[in-house]
Design a protein around this ligand. Structure first.
Ligand code: DC
Length: 229
């Protein structure tokens, strides 16, 4: 089964998707990490972000692979570096190029073809896996997302004013929603989960109920098909 989770930055998708996958015994795919790794590689190679042809060649030549929770770009462990602000601020130059999106979407489909998976991103339920059996859209109000990020950074010893976090978040939301291909939006058949006022365990629990219902109805229709055959 393929479970897709899309939603805006700061809604807690990664940690929730990871936990959901663990509870179900499914694999987990963080597609944002793929866009981040390609962006980091372009920065390291000093590719000019206005040079789309070179960015496409770079993306096609890059090899992304996972080992447990670590992500490798051409055999280099980039798990931490892909989360730095300089990468986050530059992702749009990579994520807005359709040829790069198509190449990464293809890799995502190949990974999902081999296993039961929870895959999270922006376009998983809409463009990459339009036929996924279970689609979730995880969101939270902009104020709550910014507040959570503010608290996380403060706990990491990096206090940043709330207004600054909110302004960056609003800009990223707009970029993600306005992308010509792969724009952030819920699929028509997605279940919307709003995590305002809920903790991670409560959100995972709600999602587990939805996924288990889908698994049950899949099992029932498979058994009906067998008895009608
Ligand atoms: O989930 P994240 O914040 O790590 O994603 C980083 C960026 O990557 C996000 O702002 C847009 C892009 N992205 C995308 O375009 N499509 C995806 N499926 C996942 C992420």
């Amino acid at each position: 089964m393929i479970v897709t989770i899309d939603g805006p930055a700061g809604a807690g998708k990664s940690s929730i998707a990871r936990e959901l996958a663990r509870s179900l015994g499914f694999s987990f795919l963080d597609t944002g990490a793929m866009y981040r790794a390609i962006t980091l590689g372009a920065i390291r190679k000093q590719i000019d972000f206005s040079d789309q042809a070179s960015l496409i060649l770079h993306a096609q030549a890059s090899r992304i692979r996972w080992q447990n929770d670590q992500i490798f770009l051409d055999d280099d462990d980039v798990t931490r570096e892909i989360r730095t602000p300089v990468v986050t601020d530059s992702i749009k130059y990579v994520a807005n190029i359709n040829q790069i999106r198509n190449a990464l979407s293809q890799q995502q489909r190949e990974i999902a073809a081999r296993q039961d998976i929870v895959t999270e991103g922006r376009d998983q339920g809409t463009e990459v896996f339009p036929d996924a059996q279970c689609k979730l859209f995880l969101t939270a109000s902009p104020a709550e997302r910014a507040q959570r990020r503010h608290q996380q950074l403060a706990e990491l010893g990096r206090p940043i004013p709330l207004e600054e976090i909110r302004a960056t978040q609003d800009r990223r939301d707009a970029e993600d929603r306005e992308r010509p291909q792969g724009a952030l939006r819920p699929a028509d058949d997605a279940v919307i989960v709003n995590s305002d006022g809920l903790n991670r365990e409560q959100v995972v629990e709600m999602m587990l109920v939805t996924v288990r219902n889908k698994l049950d109805s899949q099992a029932k229709s498979a058994s009906n098909n067998r008895s009608n055959a």
